[in-house]
Design a protein around this ligand. Structure first.
Ligand code: ZN
Length: 298
């Protein structure tokens, strides 16, 4: 979920706004830390996935492989990919920090938010981090250099401005912000959030929209998650109020992978198998965007 606090300077008030979501303000800071069950169900995949990534790379770069084989096995060699897993598990414990106002390029926005969660208490922060970890492993196996904006789900932040800086300074060839939405319980599906030109991102709007098209196509090819039934149109929406999109200088989109309050979506989003499938879809989209290869059927 990507909610923002919009600062009403003239009125001196702060309102919590959650676009595409009817639960604005209700999931912000009241949620307790994830339950033990939720934590155990969302085991950190980093250890296993990093091992598989190393093994794949070792195999792909064996001396026996021809240059053509190596190129086929490592389609992202020489490329840098940024991954921003939205929110952080520790954000629930430090409202003073995450409510600090930053400038998002157009207006004040809070440093970060807690994100949403399922009815069962599985947090979006954990989901985002799990998918990011699987994606990182897949990208490493494909030969990419990967830059993450956070490396655990126990920290606080960083602020959305810092996340944009990390990816910009890495000169990533493309980047993806991973989220899940907190929309109405009756609503389903994913939405790709695309940037709107505001100065810093002017040069990457067209590329970002192209990458968004690849991500949308890969989601439909690889997963059973439908286009959102309540947010955006055809699984896509433009957003001009998010630092992560406003301040980017590399091609980038944000994806709400599904709607956590929906019981149907929640069953998928909390499944490690589905989280791995999302990583495969994003990898296919990134390979398509950076190499021109078509997105294969999942
Ligand atoms: Zn979010």
């Amino acid at each position: 979920m990507h909610q923002t606090r919009r600062f009403a300077a003239a009125l001196g008030t702060v309102a919590l706004v959650c676009a595409g979501c009817t639960t604005a303000g209700t999931v912000g800071l009241q949620a307790a830390s994830p339950s033990t069950a939720a934590v155990s169900a969302s085991a950190d995949p980093s250890a296993a996935s990093s091992q598989s990534g190393s093994a794949s790379r070792a195999g792909a770069t064996s001396p026996a492989a021809s240059p053509a084989q190596a190129a086929a096995a490592l389609p992202l060699a020489g490329k840098t990919v940024g991954i921003d897993p939205g929110h952080d598990g520790g954000n629930f414990n430090d409202p003073a920090f995450i409510n600090t106002l930053i400038w998002n390029g157009r207006a004040p926005e809070t440093c970060d938010t807690t994100g949403t969660q399922t009815a069962g208490g599985y947090t979006e922060a954990q989901f985002n981090f799990n998918v990011a970890t699987y994606l990182r492993a897949d990208l490493l196996a494909a030969g990419a250099r990967v830059v993450m904006t956070r490396h655990s789900n126990q920290g606080v932040g960083p602020c959305v401005t810092t996340r944009a800086q990390i990816i910009n300074r890495a000169r990533a060839d493309v980047a993806i912000d991973i989220h899940a939405d907190g929309g109405p319980a009756y609503g389903r599906g994913f939405t790709v959030l695309e940037p709107v030109a505001d100065g810093p991102n002017n040069k990457v709007i067209r590329a970002s929209i192209g990458f968004g098209n690849d991500v949308r196509a890969a989601m439909l090819a690889y997963t059973s998650m439908p286009e959102s039934t309540y947010y955006g149109f055809g699984g896509v929406i433009e957003r001009d109020d998010l630092a992560g999109l406003n301040l980017t200088t590399v091609p980038k989109i944000l994806i709400e992978c599904g709607n956590m309050p929906s019981a149907t979506d929640a069953a998928l989003l909390t499944s490690p198998a589905f989280q791995r499938l999302l990583a495969r879809a994003f990898t296919a989209a990134i390979v398509a965007f950076l190499t021109g290869r078509p997105i294969p059927k999942g």
